[in-house]
Design a protein around this ligand. Structure first.
Ligand code: OXD
Ligand code: MN
Length: 594
């Protein structure tokens, strides 16, 4: 039963079935009965296993093939009609040529399999900011994950109605999970995503990166809104007022941790609280009052497990205690629970590592083996999160006061600074960068530009994307959020982090919201407005005194001159698409540094 009369949906699903030739088609209605039956089927086929149902009720475990453990940027394409519209930061292929290449791979690929048709809404049902997608897939694992990550089922059709054609078409087949024929392809001008030969979340949960960032960023440009790789959090002040902040960081900068931050004791005693609206993606649109409102289009967290523990992120860990799917973590066979590096210091002796081998976990870890894959994940319902915002389901979204960019910089960027204005803030975001760490292969300390943390996720030319940002600022005028940059990762001469990070990042957020409320003054520097050192609250911090804060806020002009050169080189890739305003901002920065 289709659950919709919409002829556009029905026609497209018919076409996909004619192409992939499944034995059976199952429309996902979102009912508990149907999901229960699918869970049982996935358990009996071995696609997932049930974890300890007393300790982890409703939790399942899944293992992917070792060749299929992460997003594949080199096999991800933006197929706009014109190459220039994909821009220099995306892989591009002519849409027709790409279809000719992929159609034979899809032809009959679901023979002997069931095709699941998943209607879903990105964003709360009934929200003017929400959008509908339909994903067809031959993977129950995808259905079970989508159930957590999006608002799934016939209710999504309420937003679409009976005639609209405005839905994103997602075609996924795990096929043979063949890495040589793995493709993650976007046709932004056709609202269409094709994914084949992967069964890893980021490549197959098409609502997430593919739709909510790559396709949605393009839709947002055309329709006057923004799809950003940003967490959304609310900071409740002692008087009960809540200020909302969005923040973009490249991966491995602690985005989920910041989204679920627990304020230091002194703040909690005063009555401050932090509420999570989203940990990965924000859709932003001006409201009737002219302010910028954000929704989290997702309904769950697809978080990296390693490193998550009671201290680093209590709230994320709590979120995984029920109805969660774990992928590629290790199993503790003593009690059929899960383990990953950084959960605690006790790898289970009787373990199964992520590829499926039974090992003595203690010995394995002592020899440097990884029991969980470094990119192993939990898929957890947002409503499990102890600090989930009361506004999480609010169709109107939350008004954004500040936008924060950040990266991992050992010396260059100070702890925090504020942009002079919106256009300067866009410049700051466009030149965002992170330095490579010893954790990744290759040279340490190499600067990688990742504008607005959108490098792998912008579905069109990044130059046009920056123009769109600049236009949004003009439209918002006085109501535009203030833009900031933070860096939690400054190191001392021995390479140790100076700033404690985690919950103590609240101290920086405190300054940020005080600036938004014009409650605190700032110091003008060549790169932006900085706090007066005494305005960063260091009460209760043992190792940090005013001099340390001064150091964290220092701006080394020589390093920044190098930085400006790096930005100029990066900008040169964009040719005519680089907005002249950003070039002007760079020239102004160079003048201020001279
Ligand atoms: C993610 C990512 O998985 O940004 O969220 O890579
Ligand atoms: Mn992300």
């Amino acid at each position: 039963m289709a659950g919709t009369k919409n002829p556009n949906v029905i026609k497209w699903v018919d076409e996909m079935a004619a192409l992939t030739k499944p034995d059976k088609i199952v429309w996902i209605d979102g009912s508990a009965e149907q999901l229960d039956a699918l869970r049982k089927e996935a358990i009996s086929s071995g696609e997932v296993t049930e974890l300890n149902q007393e300790k982890l009720p409703g939790c399942l475990y899944h293992r992917t093939l070792p060749n299929d453990v992460a997003r594949v940027e080199d096999r991800t394409f933006i197929c706009s009609k014109e190459k220039i519209d994909a821009g220099p930061t995306n892989n591009w292929s002519d849409p027709q040529e790409m279809k000719e290449k992929l159609l034979p791979l899809y032809d009959g690929v679901m023979k002997g399999r069931t095709m699941y048709v998943i209607p879903y809404s990105m964003g709360p049902i009934g929200s003017a900011l929400a959008k509908v997608g339909v994903e067809v897939t031959d993977s129950i694992y995808v259905v079970l994950n989508m159930e957590i990550m999006v608002r799934m089922g016939v209710k999504a059709f309420e937003n679409l109605g009976d005639t609209s054609d405005d839905f994103v078409r997602g075609l996924h087949s795990k096929a043979n999970v063949d890495p040589e024929n793995r493709y993650i392809v976007h046709f932004p001008e056709e609202n269409t995503i094709w994914s084949i030969n992967s069964a890893y979340g980021g490549n197959v949960l098409l609502g997430k990166k593919c739709f909510a960032l790559r396709i949605a960023s393009f839709q947002g440009k055309n329709e006057g809104w923004m799809a950003e790789h940003m967490l959304i959090l609310g900071i409740e002040k002692p008087n009960g007022e809540i200020k909302y902040v969005c923040a973009a960081f490249p991966s491995a900068c602690g985005k989920t941790n910041l989204a679920m931050l627990i304020p230091p004791e002194g703040y909690e005693a005063k009555g401050y609280k932090v509420w999570t609206v989203g940990d990965d993606i924000a859709w932003l649109k001006p409201g009737a009052d002219g302010k910028l409102y954000a929704i989290n289009p997702e309904n769950g967290f697809f978080g990296v497990a390693p490193g998550t523990n009671v201290k680093s992120n209590f709230n994320a860990l709590e979120s995984t205690k029920k109805n969660t799917i774990f992928t590629n973590v290790a199993i503790n066979n003593d009690d059929n629970t899960v383990w990953w590096e950084g959960l605690d210091k006790n790898p289970p002796e009787n373990a199964t590592e992520w590829k499926g081998a039974k090992v003595n976990g203690k010995e394995y870890a002592a020899e440097g083996g990884k029991l969980a894959h470094p990119n192993s994940r939990f898929t957890a319902p947002a409503k499990n999160c102890p600090c989930i915002s009361k506004e999480f389901d609010n169709p109107a979204g939350v008004p954004i006061s500040a936008m924060v960019f950040g990266g991992r910089r050992a010396k260059t960027a100070p702890l925090v600074y504020q942009s002079f204005n919106w256009a300067h803030g866009v410049f700051v975001g466009s030149s965002m960068a992170s330095e490579t760490t010893a954790a990744a292969a290759g040279a340490v300390g190499v600067v990688r530009r990742d504008p607005m943390a959108m490098l792998p996720f912008c579905g069109y030319n990044m130059g046009d994307y920056w123009s769109h940002w600049l236009n949004m600022g003009e439209k918002l005028g006085e109501n535009a959020p203030k833009i900031f940059n933070v860096n939690w990762f400054r190191t001392d001469d021995d390479g140790n982090f100076i700033w404690p990070g985690f919950g103590d990042n609240m101290r920086v957020l405190d300054w940020i919201i005080s600036r938004c409320d014009s409650e605190v003054e700032a110091v003008e520097t060549p790169i932006g407005f900085e706090p007066k050192p005494e305005d960063i609250n260091i009460d209760g911090l043992d190792d940090i005194n005013l001099d340390v804060i001064k150091g964290l806020l220092s701006v080394d002009k020589d390093l920044w001159k190098e930085e400006a050169k790096g930005i100029r080189e990066f900008y040169s890739k964009f040719g005519d698409k680089l907005p002249s305003k950003l070039n002007d901002e760079l020239i102004e920065l160079e003048k201020r540094l001279a």
